[in-house]
Design a protein. Sequence first.
Length: 276
Amino acid sequence: MKKWIVLALTVTFWGLAFTAIKYSVRFLSPIAIASLRFAIANTLFAVIIILGKRIKWKDLPKVFALGIFGVSVYHVFLNLGEVYISSGVASVVISLAPIFVLILSAIFLRERITYSKVVGIIIAFLGVVMISEPSYANIYGIALVMVSTVAAAIYTTFGKSLLSKYNPITLTSNAMVLGSIPLYPFLPDSIRSLGGDLNLIGSIVFLGIFSTFFGYLGWYYFLEKEEASRASVFLLAIPVVSLLAGNILLAEPLTLRTVAGSGLVLLGIYIVVRKR
């Protein structure tokens, strides 16, 4: 029962993250949001690093590279994309990450892509086309978020080799802190631009503590209890949370086209990641 409570909270935290980002980009630059978010989260991750297992010196460049893709590239481009598209659409595009993981795994890890996986990829792609309404801003925003999606897939795929040496929490904590290094120079200006807006401060704190720190810890707790292939299916609930939250909290339109396109993306991903 406990693992399902943890899973429900994790999916909720990650789904609401897209809504918090969309609200925050109205007042802060995408880089400011990322630097403030990880300044908060890294304070907590640093405790794990201090108390946990150390990363070997020879592995630090690899962990740093993973962090660059998983933190700086992923979050900056996600925040940039949400300047142009809704939080719900952004969450749907990000949910394509498992498909890019399969493609990269086939190329670099020689994992087999089956017929059903190809069908799933095509269906998911058609879903993205459907939610990509013919406007420059919409297509540009989706392209920016797609960079985040690929970055997440790179982080996942090439992190597998290090998971044989380090537990997920140790690896993630170090990757988060090291991958945030390019964001640190922007932190002073980001703090000054934050101002005294309590709603904005609350959004950033939520992103740092709940979506980042507790979200990652909760996910890895659940992965310890379930198979990865089975667990990944539950991530399909994240866009549902984000679409509903964006509609309720930010009055984002929930059109039939968006719902239908999102449904195709989720169906395609389910076909790809389901246990055979």
